[in-house]
Design a protein around this ligand. Structure first.
Ligand code: SF4
Length: 449
């Protein structure tokens, strides 16, 4: 910059830290919104004694939280309430589950640094306040605040969202499954799902396989309904797909693949509930007559119909949405040409890896993996996680080339989010990807089959 300070006297460090905190507070707000809705859906399901598909996950959470007694519904209610109570605390009250969820030495370090978060919702507003004009001008304080938001977002927005999803939606199981544009079957009425809040449409998802609804699809000329996975929520469904084989054929692709998925012409509706429902899909949906339905206005698109999710009304809402999807199918299929890509993607991409399923696969403990690291057969584990991006060469180019380089050096890669969508579409989650690994890692893969 021409001047060392802004007109108010702020240094470049202050400006950068302030902008960073603003982005972190906004991101934290997003994922606290997700865990809030997920916990509310678990609570409401427990109150009406609805379907809980992950009993083992519920027991594990009860153990971590120190909850005992009562039937599964009472336990689920207590788990959901514990999460909600924490995130709604004021900023001056520390959240209680942090210590129960965190790795103990890390919790000790956070305590020493004074960055244990108060209520997660209140921490978001505090972060937003701090980064407004001429408030905080201490870059170190603002960066420490980012760490605090990172703790609440990581434990509640990410880890607990996943664990509550396990209880409501069923736990991941390791299995091979198809990925890529090949999963789109034009004989069905296809709904592309985008977002991160799977529990908001689980009722609709179940309803789509019930005989009276399938009969309606058949009357319209289709074999039934299919959900087509896209973005994080598609990956979540892929992960838990062992429980949903009837309605879900596989994950078609990550956020920036949405346009290609729609361009196949075989998608009849987009159901969005969170990011990343790209603004770029709006003109494509208009052109290809694809109905857009949004059930959470945080992800409202200009040309989407907004039907706000309401747990108590969900049976009525699901039927209303199904009617609109069928109407869209009838309206568009004779007018829009198909442009399917049946060779895109892979048939046997490995999915369903969670901490629990991986440990089970290893025989109930981590020793086989640790032994391989100790012996040097595996040099280590690297995470290639998060959103896909278009920088550094184009869509998924950076993450795919980085992963190829890591496995060639005998380092195994743990991946999640849209990065994993790109890696699986490029075949790096297929058993055949062992051929790209270094000699030691390749031998380990071959031994495991
Ligand atoms: S991983 Fe990132 S890009 Fe993909 S859906 Fe989630 S937030 Fe969006």
């Amino acid at each position: 910059p021409d001047s060392p300070r802004g007109i108010c006297g702020a240094t470049a460090d202050v400006m950068v830290a302030r902008n960073f905190l603003r982005a972190v507070a906004s991101g934290s707000g997003c994922y606290i919104h997700v865990v809030e809705n997920t916990a509310l859906n678990l609570k409401n399901t427990a109150l009406e004694k609805g379907k809980l598909r992950g009993k083992g996950a519920l027991e594990r959470l009860c153990k971590i939280f120190g909850i005992s007694g009562g039937d599964e519904y009472e336990k689920a209610l207590k788990v959901a309430d514990a999460v909600l109570k924490d995130i709604y605390r004021p900023v001056y009250e520390k959240m209680e589950l942090v210590e129960k969820m965190a790795y103990p030495p890390r919790f000790k370090k956070w305590t020493e640094l004074g960055i244990l978060p108060g209520g997660a919702v209140a921490e978001v507003y505090k972060g937003v306040v701090k980064c407004s004009t001429n408030l905080n001008s201490d870059p170190v304080d603002m960066l420490l605040n980012c760490l605090k938001l990172g703790i609440s977002t990581g434990i509640y927005g990410l880890t607990l969202t996943n664990l509550l999803n396990d209880v409501l939606l069923g736990e991941p199981e390791i299995r091979p499954a198809p990925v890529g544009l090949r999963v789109i079957d034009p004989d069905y009425i296809n709904v592309m799902i985008t977002g991160h809040q799977h529990t908001m449409f689980v009722h609709l998802q179940d309803r789509l396989t019930e005989s009276d609804v399938v009969t309606k699809a058949k009357a319209a000329g289709a074999k039934g309904f299919k959900l087509v996975g896209c973005t994080c929520v598609g990956q979540d469904l892929q992960l838990r797909g062992a429980h949903y084989t009837e309605i879900f054929d596989g994950h078609a692709g990550n956020n920036y693949t949405s346009e290609a998925i729609l361009a196949t012409g075989a998608i009849d509706a987009v159901l969005s509930e969170f990011n990343c429902t790209l603004p770029g899909i709006e003109p494509i949906c208009d052109k290809l007559l694809i109905k857009q339905i949004c059930i959470d206005d945080v992800a409202k698109k200009a040309n989407a119909e907004y039907l706000p999710f309401n747990f108590a009304e969900r049976a009525k809402q699901s039927d209303e949405i199904i009617g609109k999807i069928i109407d869209s199918y009838k309206e568009r299929r004779s007018k829009v040409a198909l442009n399917l890509q049946k060779d895109h993607g892979h048939e046997n991409s490995i999915t369903g890896v969670s901490e629990v399923s991986l440990k089970k696969f290893l025989g109930g403990n981590w020793k086989p993996l640790v032994d391989l690291v100790v012996s040097g057969d595996i040099k280590g584990v690297a995470g290639v996680v998060g959103c896909s991006s278009l920088v550094s060469g184009g869509h998924d180019v950076l993450t795919v080339s980085l992963t190829k380089e890591l496995i060639a050096r005998d380092i195994i890669v743990l991946t999640a989010g849209c990065s994993s969508g790109g890696l699986e579409n490029c075949g790096l989650m297929n058993p055949e990807a062992a051929e790209l690994a270094g000699p030691k890692l390749k031998a380990v893969c071959k031994k495991l089959g």
